[in-house]
Design a protein around this ligand. Structure first.
Ligand code: NIG
Ligand code: FE
Length: 410
């Protein structure tokens, strides 16, 4: 099956083939004006200027006229919690009235509230609610997503969540990676040490045996899990081949970056309270620092200092953190806009943070995150827009005209 997209005003493509972009490299975006894009069996075959097209277009099975729109690689969203039950707008109102996220958690709300709701749903009901969010983000231009467990907080419900993630993976063309986040909060009825023991001795082996997760996460933060808890959990996960992706430094400088680096984490996420020393540790690391500007926006919290990190030579990614408590939105275009407006990233830096570097934060930038021959043909066509800078500038305008995943319109 050959598909050709013609009359692209500007194609954002990848001429460097780099698996991630660091520091100053992040402000560069390769573009071909007046371009075509050729896709074969869901994979990018070639691209170039319309003048070079010649015979290629003639034998395509499908011709898509971009009508002067731009083509960009689909967003990659390397941190979400889209498998959850119900919603938590009551806490949203509590926050408006003055309670903080941490206070709500201390009163037994927050993550535990979502766990109580999830407990009442069958796997089928949970799937039916969650697949809607997967379809929603795909229509908004996301082609690759990481989904975490972490609202089960007992073995049966964590497995239920991970099986739902697997079903989503099987039912959408978007690439899905699964992360086990049993250490999201201490489940009701356990002391913390009982819970961590149970997680290590029971949950991780079950998840490992069923191969339900590629990655393992811990909410390493004040009031949740300590670096010591985190180290024990990550050692147990490593025995089953699960590489860490860590929640760190959201509520306080938690020591999460150091423990994550020690255990070879693929990413460290949140980082609203990251220290200068931790930024130095991340400069030459393979671990991708991932900012979640939607969370800072929704919780009225400080933003992670991604500008400072890029200036220090770090690679950075951004993600939505789509979840019922701290960011009920998976709109990556808005995440890119917030990265520019609130974190002072250039539009080109924010786009790279939400595509190639985001794919790297999920361990899949060899196949996703940019348009390059041999990579999956995940892209979207915009309405005619003057430049890529217009994307975060027009921060609520629906600029995506058509989204494609693996070469098929979604
Ligand atoms: O990444 N901070 C920890 N976990 C989620 C929020 C989960 C929730 O409030 O339901 C986050 O923001
Ligand atoms: Fe999160």
């Amino acid at each position: 099956m050959r598909l050709i997209v013609t009359n692209i005003a500007a194609l954002v493509c990848d001429l460097s083939g780099k698996p991630k972009l660091c520091g100053g490299e992040m402000s560069h975006v390769d573009m071909i004006d007046d371009a075509y894009l050729l896709v074969e069996d869901g994979v990018v075959a070639s691209f170039g200027n319309m003048d070079e097209l010649q015979g290629d277009g003639i034998c395509a099975d499908e011709v898509v006229d971009a009508r002067g729109g731009m083509v960009l690689p689909s967003w990659c969203d390397p941190h979400t919690h889209i498998v959850y039950a119900g919603s938590r707008e009551g806490e949203f109102v509590d926050k408006i009235r003055g309670l903080s996220y941490a206070e709500i958690a201390r009163r037994g709300g927050g993550i535990l509230n979502s766990a109580d709701l999830l407990h009442t749903l069958s796997e089928q009901e949970l799937y039916e609610q969650s697949i809607q969010r997967a379809l929603e983000i795909m229509a908004k231009g996301t082609g690759c997503v990481e989904i975490k467990s972490g609202y089960g907080l007992n073995t049966a419900d964590e497995l239920k969540m991970l099986r739902v993630i697997r079903r989503i993976k099987e039912s959408v063309p978007m690439h899905v990676v699964a992360t086990f986040l049993g250490a999201h909060a201490v489940g009701r009825g356990y002391t913390k040490s009982q819970y961590v023991d149970m997680l290590i001795n029971e949950m991780i082996p079950e998840v490992g045996r069923e191969r339900l997760a590629e990655y393992i996460d811990v909410f390493c933060d004040e009031g949740f899990f300590t670096p010591d808890d985190t180290a024990r959990i990550l050692e147990a996960g490593a025995k089953w081949g699960m590489r860490p992706k860590i929640h760190a430094d959201e509520l306080a400088a938690s020591g999460g970056v150091e423990v994550a680096l020690k255990h070879g984490a693929l990413s460290v996420d949140h980082l609203e309270r990251i220290t200068d020393n931790e930024i130095t540790m991340l400069q030459d690391a393979d671990t991708m620092p991932t900012g979640l500007p939607g969370t800072s926006f929704f919780l009225n919290m400080p933003y992670a200092p991604l500008r400072k990190m890029i200036d220090a030579g770090c690679a950075v990614a951004v993600a939505s953190d789509y979840n019922p408590g701290s960011t009920p939105s998976g709109d990556m275009k808005f995440v890119v806009a917030l990265a520019c407006i609130k974190m002072r990233l250039l539009p080109s830096e924010a786009i790279n943070a939400a595509t190639i570097n985001a794919a790297h934060a999920m361990g899949c930038s060899d196949n996703y995150g940019s348009l390059s021959p041999g990579k999956r043909a995940n892209f979207f066509i915009t309405r005619p827009i003057p430049s890529i800078d217009f994307i975060p500038y027009a921060y609520t305008s629906p600029i995506i005209d058509r989204a494609y995943v693996a070469g098929k319109q979604v």
